[in-house]
Design a protein around this ligand. Structure first.
Ligand SMILES: Nc1ncnc2c1ncn2[C@@H]1O[C@H](COP(=O)(O)OP(=O)(O)OP(=O)(O)O)[C@@H](O)[C@H]1O
Length: 308
């Protein structure tokens, strides 16, 4: 469905700490949208949590579109805020500023200011039911994925300054560190009650992972279904082999890897192989929760804007 808002006004939530020197892109998008006769109010976040609050409380009678300029972490906050008010929420547009920008890849957004502005003002709507993950605390929504095992440990080890300094290189370096300290932890994964074991797990409703790389070929953001990526080989060499297959675009055909779909997923530690540390869960690329977790599809939907 092509989007035709009544109010030609955008609330643009900007994380000024996201990305590496891409403020010029934000300014160019704002210029394009204003040149088309729209109003754009830019609000900068001052700390983690602000983006969620702004999305949850903004005046829906005033804004035809909420836009977020940031990485997948800030986008995740805005998705959580919009999902909390589902029925009254304006649609969401993106100005991707992060390291991987997985959601932007998933939506087929270009990287130029004109095409981003076009999707913001006249894009096509995708109704996305976010995933929802809970450990002992309050549930967290994800627009892309939740992961446990190798990738979650890599994410947990990449600090914001490291990411700013090295970009994607920070993840490569951290993958090597995690490979060096590798222990064959066994994770129990229950998918709609069916039991599996894995060395690492990614639960996603996106096709892409870490940028343009495909992990779940059958996934679609508009479909309320989870795709569970199971890495069923143990060992540091296997972890690096899976990583290499991912960047070569052959992961879905790699032995020891499979994708199972379902609606409810529970992940716990079956055997920690003497690894006496917290078992992190990454949500949309941020270290957010700890195992065990239960993951479902949220009943509330968020309207995402993609190119028409
Ligand atoms: N003003 C702010 N100061 C500090 N942290 C913020 C601020 N606004 C948002 N955040 C937090 O910063 C975290 C990282 O932001 P984000 O993911 O958008 O950028 P990034 O790390 O550069 O991108 P990517 O995750 O794609 O590498 C988010 O989890 C978000 O909650």
């Amino acid at each position: 469905m092509t989007f035709a808002p009544v109010m030609h006004s955008v609330l643009l939530i900007l994380n000024p700490t996201a990305g590496r020197r891409r403020r010029g892109l934000v300014d160019a998008v704002v210029r394009c949208v204003r040149d088309a006769g729209w109003t754009v109010d830019v609000v900068e976040t001052r700390a983690a949590g602000d983006a969620r609050h702004l999305a949850e409380t903004c005046d829906a009678t005033r804004y035809g579109v909420v836009a977020v300029a940031g990485g997948d972490g800030t986008i995740n906050e805005v998705v959580n805020g919009l999902a909390a008010r589902a029925a009254t929420a304006p649609p969401l547009a993106l100005v991707p500023l992060g390291t991987a920008n997985v959601l932007a890849h998933e939506l087929g957004l270009g990287s130029g200011a004109a095409s981003l502005a076009e999707a913001m003002m006249a894009g096509r709507e995708v109704l996305m039911h976010p995933g929802q993950a809970s450990d002992a605390g309050a549930p967290r929504c994800f627009s892309l994925m939740a992961g446990a095992g190798f990738d979650a440990k890599v994410v947990a080890g990449v600090t914001a300054p490291l990411k700013r300094r090295w970009g994607k290189g920070a993840y490569v370096w951290r993958s090597l560190v995690e490979a060096r300290r590798y222990r064959p932890v066994r994770y129990a994964v229950a998918i709609d009650g069916e039991r599996y074991e894995a060395a690492s797990v990614i639960v996603t409703h996106a096709r892409h992972y870490a940028g343009p790389y495909v992990v779940a070929p059958a996934a679609s953001l508009g479909e309320p279904l989870l795709h569970v990526c199971l890495f069923e080989r143990w060992g540091w060499m296997q972890a690096l082999r899976f990583g290499a297959a991912l960047v070569r675009g052959v992961l879905p055909r790699t032995s020891g890897y499979r994708v199972v779909s379902g609606h409810e997923v529970r992940i716990s530690v079956l055997n920690d192989a003497g690894e006496s540390r917290r078992q992190p869960v990454q949500i949309d690329g941020d270290d957010a929760l700890s195992l065990p977790v239960t993951i479902r599809v949220s009943a509330d939907a968020v309207r995402l804007l993609r190119p028409a």
